[in-house]
Design a protein around this ligand. Structure first.
Ligand code: THU
Length: 137
């Protein structure tokens, strides 16, 4: 499935819009993410921090929760932005979350252009490994 310019624009607008809703009083680093699903809907998330710093939620965590809360499916295209609306690379943990909820060819905007999840998380660990490497006894 190819993502149209119009869809990329919609993702950017959605990511910027939700970034403004972020709760980031500690880092002051607001993040917004938007994902285009395989059924055409757009799902969003923003970071939500906590006074117990280590348990803050990344924007991608919120988006993944919203994906499942709104019917599931697979991510086709993703845009993650910082507080200036510039493309932001998801942290390592969040790349793993995206991997589980996308496909190897899911597209994502990066400061170096559009890439696939395989490119930003090479040799990923995923659900297939649990099956392939399962103990037999
Ligand atoms: N953050 C995200 O929301 N997503 C990322 O992929 C990178 C980091 C948030 C976590 C924290 O609230 C703030 O950005 C600064 O690290």
């Amino acid at each position: 499935m190819t993502t149209s310019d119009q869809q990329w624009d919609a993702l950017a607008q959605a990511a910027i819009g939700i970034m403004k809703m972020a709760y980031a009083p500690y880092s002051k680093f607001k993040v917004g993410v938007a994902g285009l699903m395989d059924d055409g809907r757009i799902v969003v998330g923003c970071n939500v921090e906590n006074a117990s710093y280590g348990i803050g939620l990344c924007a991608e965590c919120g988006m993944v929760s919203a994906i499942h809360a709104s019917g599931g499916g697979k991510l086709v295209a993703i845009t993650c932005v910082d507080q200036h609306g510039n493309s932001l690379m998801p942290c390592g943990r969040c790349r793993q979350l995206l991997w589980e909820n996308g496909t190897p060819t899911t597209q994502i905007t990066t400061p170096e252009g559009i890439k696939t999840l395989t490119e930003i998380l090479p040799q990923a660990f995923g659900p297939d490994d649990l099956i392939a490497r399962k103990e037999t006894r």
